[in-house]
Design a protein around this ligand. Structure first.
Ligand SMILES: NC(=O)c1ccc[n+]([C@@H]2O[C@H](COP(=O)([O-])OP(=O)(O)OC[C@H]3O[C@@H](n4cnc5c(N)ncnc54)[C@H](OP(=O)(O)O)[C@@H]3O)[C@@H](O)[C@H]2O)c1
Length: 241
C-alpha cells in the first residue's frame, strides 16, 4: 500500500486517479478547492481517503495543508501534481493567462518543492507531474497553456537530474495526455482521439506503477509528439491555430 497525494482531485483526471488508485489498495490524499466534491469522493472511497480543501495558488496555506495531509496519512510515497487550468481562446484577458501561469507553473513548482524536499529527507519517493502533449506544441489559441506544459516537462527533467546528483532513489514521471474527457475539455469542439477519463487514467496508473519517466496518454499521442519535435521553427511561426 502506497500513500499518494493528488492535487486537483475534485474532478476529471485527478478524481479518477484517486478512485482507481484506492481500488488498488493505496491511501489517497485528495486536494482541491471544492470541499463538497472532496467530501463526496472521500465518502465514495472510504477509509483509504483523506482530504484537505486547498487553492494551490495560496502558497503559505499549501505548505501547511500538504504537511498536514502527509502526517494524517502516516507518510507519503508518491505526489501527483495534477491541478491545472487551461483556456482555449485568442488572446485571453490578462487575468486568465495569469491564472494559468499561477496554477500550472508557480503552484506546480511549489508542490514539486514540497515533494522533492520531503523525498530528499526520506531518500526516496516518486513525483508525478501532469504535463500534456501540448508541451510539444505552440498555439495562438492557448499560448500560456502550451508554454506552461512545456515548462512542467522541462522542469521535471531538472528534478530528475537533482535527484541523480543527490543520489536519491527518486522517480519522476512526466505524464503527457492528449485529449481526455473532463470538465476542462467539455466545451472543446475541436478534439480528436479523445480518451474517456477511465481509459486515460488506467494507462496513467500503469505508467505510475511501472515508474515510467514519461508516458503519452493514450499511447498514440507519441506520434503527434514526434511530428511536433521534427517540425521546424519556421513552420510553427507560420501556423494559425
Ligand atoms: N483533459 C485533457 O484533455 C487534458 C490533456 C492534457 C493534460 N491535462 C491536464 O490534466 C490535469 C487535470 O485536468 P482535467 O482534464 O482533469 O480537468 P478538470 O476536470 O478541470 O480538473 C482540474 C482539477 O484541477 C483543480 N484545480 C484547478 N485550479 C486549482 C487551484 N487553484 N487550486 C487547487 N486545485 C485546482 C480542480 O479542482 P478545484 O476546481 O476543485 O480547485 C480540478 O480538480 C490538468 O493539469 C490538465 O492540464 C488534461
Amino acid at each position: 500500500m502506497k500513500k499518494i497525494l493528488i492535487t486537483g482531485a475534485t474532478s476529471g483526471i485527478g478524481r479518477e486517479l484517486a478512485i482507481q488508485l484506492a481500488k488498488k489498495g493505496h491511501k489517497v490524499g485528495l486536494l482541491g478547492r471544492r470541499t463538497e466534491r472532496l467530501e463526496q469522493l472521500a465518502e465514495e472511497i472510504g477509509e483509504l481517503a483523506f482530504y484537505r480543501t486547498l487553492d494551490v495558488t495560496d502558497h503559505e496555506t499549501a505548505s501547511v495543508m500538504y504537511q498536514g495531509l502527509v502526517e494524517e496519512m502516516g507518510g507519503m510515497d508518491v505526489m501527483i501534481l495534477n491541478a491545472g487550468v487551461g483556456r482555449d481562446t485568442l488572446l485571453p484577458k490578462w487575468g486568465s493567462d495569469f491564472q494559468t501561469i499561477e496554477v500550472n507553473v508557480t503552484a506546480f513548482v511549489h508542490g514539486a518543492h514540497f515533494a522533492f524536499n520531503y523525498f530528499r529527507e526520506q531518500k526516496k519517493g516518486h513525483i508525478v507531474g501532469m504535463s500534456s502533449v501540448a508541451s510539444h506544441l505552440a498555439s495562438g489559441r492557448a499560448a500560456s497553456y502550451t508554454a506552461s506544459k512545456h515548462f512542467i516537462s522541462n522542469y521535471m527533467t531538472g528534478l530528475r537530474q537533482m535527484g541523480n546528483k543527490l543520489e536519491l532513489d527518486l522517480v519522476v514521471s512526466d505524464i503527457r495526455p492528449g485529449f481526455v474527457e473532463s470538465e476542462m475539455t467539455e466545451n472543446n469542439k475541436n478534439m480528436f482521439w479523445v480518451a474517456t477519463t477511465e481509459r486515460a487514467v488506467q494507462q496513467m496508473v500503469t505508467a505510475i506503477e511501472k515508474e515510467k519517466k514519461r508516458a503519452y496518454i493514450t499511447k498514440r499521442w507519441a506520434i503527434i509528439a514526434f511530428i511536433a519535435a521534427i517540425t521546424p521553427q519556421f513552420v510553427w511561426d507560420r501556423l494559425k491555430f
